[in-house]
Design a protein around this ligand. Structure first.
Ligand SMILES: [Zn+2]
Ligand SMILES: [Zn+2]
Length: 351
């Protein structure tokens, strides 16, 4: 256990290679977690293609991890070796005013993010703060627990917190990959009606209908906005969630808003935001809001919601690959091969 297999990324050459590296040792307040599964996310692609940067000369990507505690750095009340956990990707800096005052992990003013500021979970083991761990009951397989970190919790936070969706509000979701599909499911769960799912791919629309959308619309159809108007009885959308992050989808989502409609931008790119004429936006008292990430409580809530059968993530893991095949997983996500919700890597194929 002195060395472990890990996918290492070199930002200078943009090469990703699986190699042997020293297994890290937990200090007090930290835990070493044996990774059972870790998702491959569009944010990882952004690191690999240079859009997102790291200050480190080499880094292990992967910020959607779940596994089992194998070592604890000193006394850790409430935690034991063998505990099953899903990992919040944040690490408090420990030195900002909020951290010094004893604030929670989520309130750190300079929060460090796994896979960008410190080594992530595309590896056999990952070193994390105990504060980032959320317990997973035996009823949830660890590969499903892994998708709760980010792939489910980010759209969940966008729907319940940033958009603050209320029962019977009309909700449209643009882009039905991992983020958008879970946004549809969350909107359905909190009582939004109707939930309208938009994606150019017929298979993605069909899957969204099976997972809780009331209607599915092809956003490239010339009458897409008319369809949304008709499906909402002429009201337009109370909430539009954009999980695409392209100028064209933001513009369309903004134009689909009704009175006091909120546009929540979850997808990201360098595209410019174009919301159309100002007057209808102002007269309609509309809002456009950016969204990033989730809080620890969102993962805790999701563990309960999955355990109690309110949120069904049984279809969320589209494929599982060994760590050695990480570049194959990255390629599949990049090319949308098989239209995945989430592809996860399994560093320990015996787990
Ligand atoms: Zn992610
Ligand atoms: Zn801090």
């Amino acid at each position: 256990m002195n060395t472990m297999r890990a996918a290492r990324f070199d930002p200078a050459t943009r090469r990703l290679t699986v190699q042997d590296v020293p297994t890290p040792s937990p200090a007090p307040g930290q835990a070493l977690v044996k990774v059972a599964a870790c998702g491959i996310c569009h944010s990882d692609l952004s690191l690999l293609n240079g859009v997102f940067r790291t200050e480190l000369p080499r880094i292990t990507p992967g910020h959607e991890g779940a596994g089992t505690v194998v070592r604890l750095g000193g006394p850790t009340p409430g935690w034991e070796v063998g505990d099953r956990v899903v990992l919040h990707a944040g690490r408090a800096c420990g030195t900002c005013a909020a951290c010094i005052s004893g604030a929670a992990l989520d309130d750190c003013e300079r929060i460090e993010i796994m896979a960008f500021d410190f080594d992530g979970a595309w590896a056999e083991y990952v070193l994390v703060p105990v504060a980032s761990m959320v317990r997973v009951p035996d009823t949830i397989p660890l590969e499903r627990a892994a998708v709760l970190a980010d792939a489910v919790s980010t759209p969940y936070a966008a729907v319940v917190d940033t958009a603050a969706v209320r029962p019977a509000e009309t909700v449209g979701v643009w882009g039905l990959g991992g983020i958008g599909t879970h946004a549809v499911q969350t909107a359905r769960m909190v009582g939004a009606a109707p939930v309208i799912a938009l994606d150019p791919l017929p298979e993605a629309r069909q899957r969204a209908l099976e997972l809780g959308a009331d209607h599915a619309v092809d956003p490239t159809a010339v009458d897409a906005l008319d369809q949304i108007a008709r499906l909402t009885g002429g009201r337009g959308l109370d909430v539009a969630i954009d999980a695409v992050g392209r100028g064209v989808s933001i513009t369309q989502a903004g134009r689909a808003l009704g009175h006091r409609g909120r546009l929540v931008m979850v997808g990201m790119s360098q595209d410019r935001i174009e919301l159309g004429p100002i007057t209808p936006f102002a007269r309609g008292k509309r809002t456009a809001i950016g969204h990033l990430g989730y809080r620890k409580e969102h993962i805790e809530q999701l563990v309960d919601l999955v355990s109690l059968g309110r949120m069904d993530i049984s279809r969320s893991v589209s494929a599982q690959l060994p760590l050695e095949n990480i570049t194959e997983g990255v390629r599949r996500l990049e090319q949308h091969e098989g239209n995945p919700i989430r592809i996860v890597i399994r560093p320990d194929s015996t787990a």
